[in-house]
Design a binder for this molecule. Structure first.
Ligand SMILES: [Zn+2]
Length: 282
């Protein structure tokens, strides 16, 4: 992940980091990257089976040899998740200690950097806190990243990239997203490492494109891809079970719904690859 993000920083584009959790989402993400000649970072949430994703990634690496991709543990929480991800062959882990006091965040992130770097695995950490969209208005301001802290945090921990809080949030926004571009530019000028934007979904293409111009290299995506997948399945089910459809006609089976959902996910991801400027950057 370190290498992909360094390239993105030089090239001035962003790399999508879609959440993946099974073979359909992993293949959809790699197909999108393959078709658009783009890099991609697969973000595995620890709760969905770290070892499975590690194995699947090795399989699909052989199936899509042209795609430059990394496998990242997203929001690494428990210590055992982080170590299991490293052992499962992930190319990077995020150690998320963003709700802890600064000193504790530094100490715990630094510990993971020491372990991960010993075996060539990159580390992302978060400073400031990107909250949840349902409480956006209440939590946004308190979580913003302080530039001076970002400088000392990167120095003290040795992380490869830093997730910053500049006004985005996870999940659907309750309220209108507004981003702190000046703050982002200040942070980008102050630290050498690539910067990560969590909560890309629902933020809007224009705001994300501007954030990338201001110094973001990795954008995490989940909710929008999940919604696109759900909508594709919903449409297919509605068409298949419409009252005028002959009941004797064979219904679409569940594995086909998985693929229909994956196609919706892939289309939404491809849209973002265009927005992020990473098409043709593989
Ligand atoms: Zn996140």
């Amino acid at each position: 992940m370190h290498e992909l993000l360094q390239e993105a920083k030089k090239g001035g584009y962003g790399i999508p980091a879609p959440n993946v959790y099974n073979r359909f989402t992993i293949e959809a993400a790699l197909q999108a990257a393959d078709e658009l000649n783009a890099p991609v970072i697969l973000g595995c949430p620890g709760v969905f089976g770290i070892e499975e994703v590690g194995e699947l990634a090795r399989y699909y690496e052989r199936k899509y040899p042209r795609v430059p991709f990394a496998v990242n543990l997203d929001h690494g929480g428990p210590f055992d998740h982080l170590i299991r991800a490293i052992r499962a062959g992930f190319s990077s882990v995020m150690v998320d200690r963003s709700t802890l006091p600064y000193e504790q965040n530094v100490a715990e992130s630094k510990e993971i950097v020491k372990i991960a770097h010993a075996v060539g695995v990159s580390v992302e950490a978060e400073l400031g806190h990107v909250g949840q969209g349902v409480e956006y208005e209440q939590t946004r301001d308190a979580g913003l990243t302080h530039p001076e802290e970002a400088v000392s945090f990167v120095e003290e921990t040795g992380v490869d990239c830093l997730a910053v809080a500049v006004g985005t949030s996870h999940g659907a926004y309750k309220g209108t997203p507004h981003l702190e571009f000046e703050l982002l530019e200040t942070i980008a000028k102050s630290v050498d490492v690539p910067l990560v934007l969590h909560g890309g979904s629902g933020t809007g293409d224009d705001l994300i494109a501007k954030a990338i111009k201001c110094g973001i290299q990795k954008v995490n995506l989940w909710t929008d891809l999940s919604q696109a997948s759900n909508m594709a399945v919903k449409e297919a089910i509605e068409a298949d079970y419409a009252p005028d459809v002959d009941p004797d006609k064979k219904k679409i089976s569940s594995w086909q719904y998985d693929m229909i959902g994956a196609d919706g996910y892939k289309a939404a991801l491809e849209h973002y690859m265009h927005v992020f400027g990473c098409v043709g950057k593989a």
